[in-house]
Design a binder for this molecule. Structure first.
Ligand SMILES: Cc1cc2nc3c(=O)[nH]c(=O)nc-3n(C[C@H](O)[C@H](O)[C@H](O)COP(=O)(O)O)c2cc1C
Length: 185
């Protein structure tokens, strides 16, 4: 199976990236792993173009950019998406939200979702505040991927009190959960 990890944090060695790497370390080695760091390159915002439906079906988007050329093909080819984000101002990061805006391309005529249904997902979020305060961000990601895009949940991980990189200790329950999550793949 193909696993695609989409990193929504600018920090490649931060909390959410560390959790994702822990998941990937315990994944069966026969699986293929691809990584996309959303902060590596620029891509357009969705501009709600008038001919979205037609152009989406034909080319996925009017913008011929990193999203269309690399992110979309990687998502389409993946069996499992691992989507991670720190909480920024009470939400997912701007880059991840911009990517989701561009996911409008997956909403076909009559609101039929194409390509994504049936793919599996893992969602990872972290915040500096106690976990409960921003659990809604984790729930948003979970609900969005499962209820709207009809994807199948493998696991959802959320951790709080992550005020800096050193706050994540190996014995944190989320790290233990991450190892178990990887084994489920
Ligand atoms: C711009 C910015 C906004 C943030 N907003 C919040 C917030 O609203 N609530 C919170 O608990 N933590 C907030 N944080 C802290 C991060 O969510 C937290 O440190 C997280 O563990 C970082 O994850 P990362 O290392 O994967 O990037 C913010 C951090 C930054 C840089």
């Amino acid at each position: 199976m193909k696993i695609l990890a989409i990193y929504g944090s600018p920090d490649k060695e931060g909390i959410t990236a560390t959790i994702v790497e822990t998941i990937l370390e315990s994944v069966n080695k026969k699986h293929e792993i691809d990584r996309i760091y959303l902060y590596d390159k620029e891509f357009h915002d969705c501009i709600a173009c008038d001919d979205a439906k037609a152009i989406h079906l034909e080319k996925f988007c009017i913008f011929d950019d990193w999203f269309r050329e690399e992110i979309i093909p990687a998502i389409n080819a993946a069996d499992i998406l691992i989507i991670s984000s720190p909480v920024y101002m009470g939400q997912i990061t701007g880059k991840l939200k911009t990517m989701f805006d561009r996911w409008h391309t997956y909403i076909g005529p009559d609101f039929n979702i194409r390509i994504l249904p049936g793919k599996k997902y893992i969602a990872v979020t972290a915040c500096a505040a106690p976990a409960d305060m921003f659990k809604s961000v984790s729930e948003y990601l979970d609900g969005w991927l499962s209820r709207f895009f009809k994807m199948e949940k493998i696991d959802v991980l959320h951790v709080g009190d992550m005020t800096d990189r050193n706050a994540l200790k190996p014995d944190n329950p989320v790290m233990l959960q991450a190892k178990e999550t990887g084994k489920k793949i």
